[in-house]
Design a protein around this ligand. Structure first.
Ligand SMILES: O=P(O)(O)OC[C@H]1O[C@](O)(CO)[C@@H](O)[C@@H]1O
Length: 524
């Protein structure tokens, strides 16, 4: 692909974006798999919409989307498909249908079996990144829906995490899930070894009978001690951050029930249909992607804030941070040259209304600010209507304030009402100006139910995929993370055996800290 910035479609897209309406003078609400996606507060004009379609065509969007759903090598730097849609399709594609069906049936048999025996009151899930955030988000946000077991998650290598996860549990009544696609990741493996030790301390005669692994590396799981009948497969065509739809979701099925897991998959499958079939101008993931590219690469917003107005969705933020930043936090395009426009925004956020008392001040009055995705549920799962009314009002008010802003004239008029020295009043008014015209998207879920959650996650997956196509970036690899992992492994060795050769190729500051910190890990 040639230089995007100088391509005709980009030049037009960028020019029309700058001319587009940013005051929400139009209502633009898309319906997708039961979600309502309001893009009215994003830049829009009929000409800009057309320019977006031309850009999609220039970047080969239709062929790329076909490849995604047909198992083409979308992850081109690793020579793999990214076929997570096959895992949730009611009729999986023929090439992988047998293994997908067999995987689903095994998971179902296992969960039904333990339920029938009333076995395991507790589940401990060990995984990190994509092997953690999806199940954690689902289980913790849907916890009100008929929870069957106590669940704990330990992802971090910090032993406080695993200690906290195990605290107070009866090992005899605990099932441990090791979720690791590679089965080489430091965190789940170190935490799993600790769990085996803990089980032995509790007198469990065969700890491995209390452990299930979900992995694409069955040989390593067997070498760890887990018998093949307790290993669930994952395939190299499932990316780590897209693996919640696979047997990695076993924790969801154990805790929320098989029906809930099925409903999550069904919601995602409905979003897949929408992504495949809705006209591009009414296609929610596509239009969200175009807005994100416009915000990042044309309007100069370096970050994207996320504000779920539902406290149960607090893990949605880190889930999305991994999806967006591990997928799009890259600067090399397909031919290996640097991207010619700014790519992948920083994603950050917190549930509202907490965020309003944390960082919203910056969103309102910083010189640049950031676009915001607001999420809310029409129906809550409580009966406190008063709270829900206030929650909705706050969400709509923040969005409206960011959009409308407050001019100097308005601020002055307000300040004049309180009277006083005109110079002081004018001075105060200048502090009360809000620039406004801050882009935002509002996503309304009917309720926070498994189906809507599945649809929501798939919405963002397809949005990120489309951004990858528009920027000509592979959203399915993560070479930066791999580099960090290699160095961590080397330093873990240096910390126990720092000898002169061990630290010689480190920068002076790192070498200093290796020497200074090594006694604290040696003595234990
Ligand atoms: O499932 P694994 O192989 O343990 O990897 C965990 C996570 O590590 C990463 O490779 C890097 O963060 C993710 O893509 C993945 O979700």
């Amino acid at each position: 692909m040639s230089n995007l910035a100088h391509s005709p479609a980009w030049i037009r897209f960028s020019a029309e974006c700058k001319l587009a309406d940013r005051d929400a003078q139009h209502l633009r609400i898309l319906d997708a798999a039961g979600l309502r996606v309001d893009l009215s507060a994003q830049a829009w004009s009929p000409r800009f919409e057309q320019a977006g379609l031309t850009l999609l065509a220039q970047q080969g969007f239709e062929a790329a989307r076909r490849d995604l759903f047909e198992g083409g090598l979308c992850n081109w730097t690793e020579g793999r498909a990214a076929w997570h849609t096959a895992l949730r399709a009611p009729e999986p594609p023929a090439a992988v249908a047998a293994e997908v069906r067999e995987g689903r049936a095994r998971l179902r048999r296992f969960v039904e079996g333990v339920n029938a025996r009333n076995a395991y009151r507790n589940v401990v899930h060990l995984g990190i990144g994509g092997s953690d955030w999806g199940p954690r988000l689902a289980v913790e946000s849907l916890a009100g829906h008929d929870t069957r077991r106590t669940v704990r998650f330990a992802s971090n290598i910090d032993a406080h995490a695993i200690d906290d996860a195990l605290a107070g549990l009866d090992a005899q009544d605990t099932l441990v899930i090791i979720a690791s696609k590679s089965f080489t990741t430091t965190e789940p493996l170190a935490n799993a070894a600790r769990v085996v030790e803990w089980m032995r301390q509790w007198g469990v005669s065969d700890p491995y009978r209390h452990i299930v692994a979900v992995t694409a590396n069955t040989a390593a799981a067997e070498a760890f001690g887990i018998s093949p009948d307790r290993i669930f497969s994952l395939w190299d065509w499932v990316g780590g951050r897209y693996s919640v739809w696979s047997a990695i979701g076993i924790t969801i099925a154990l805790v929320l029930g098989l029906d809930a897991f099925d409903a999550i998959l069904a919601g995602a499958a409905a979003m897949d249909q929408h992504f495949l079939e809705a006209p591009l101008t009414a296609n929610a993931p596509v239009q969200m992607a175009l807005a994100a590219v416009a915000n990042r690469s044309v309007l100069g917003f370096a970050s994207q804030a996320i504000a779920p107005y539902d406290a149960r969705l607090r893990h949605f933020v880190p889930w999305l941070q991994q999806l967006e930043m591990e997928s799009l936090g890259k600067n090399a395009v397909r031919n290996g040259t640097p991207a010619s426009v700014p790519t992948g925004a920083t994603v950050w956020g917190m549930p509202g209304t907490d965020g309003q008392h944390t960082f919203f001040q910056w969103l309102h009055q910083d010189a640049t600010g950031a676009p915001v995705d607001f999420l809310l549920c029409k129906q809550p799962d409580h009966n406190l209507t008063h709270h829900h009314r206030l929650l909705l009002a706050n969400c709509l008010a923040q969005r409206s304030a960011l959009l409308r802003g407050k001019s100097y004239e308005q601020a002055l008029e307000e300040a004049q009402r309180t009277g006083g020295d005109p110079e002081q009043v004018a001075w105060l008014a200048r502090h009360r100006v809000h620039p406004g015209r801050r882009p935002s998207t509002l996503i309304v879920l009917p309720r926070l139910a498994p189906y809507s959650l599945g649809a929501l996650l798939a919405l963002y997956e397809h949005k990120v995929f489309t951004q990858g196509v528009l920027w000509d970036i592979n959203p399915f690899d993560q070479w930066g993370v791999e580099f960090g992992k290699e160095l961590a492994n080397k330093l873990a060795h240096d910390l126990t055996e720092p000898g002169p050769s061990g630290v010689s190729d480190l920068d002076p500051s790192t070498a200093y800290w290796v020497e200074a910190l090594s006694p604290s890990v040696k003595s234990r």
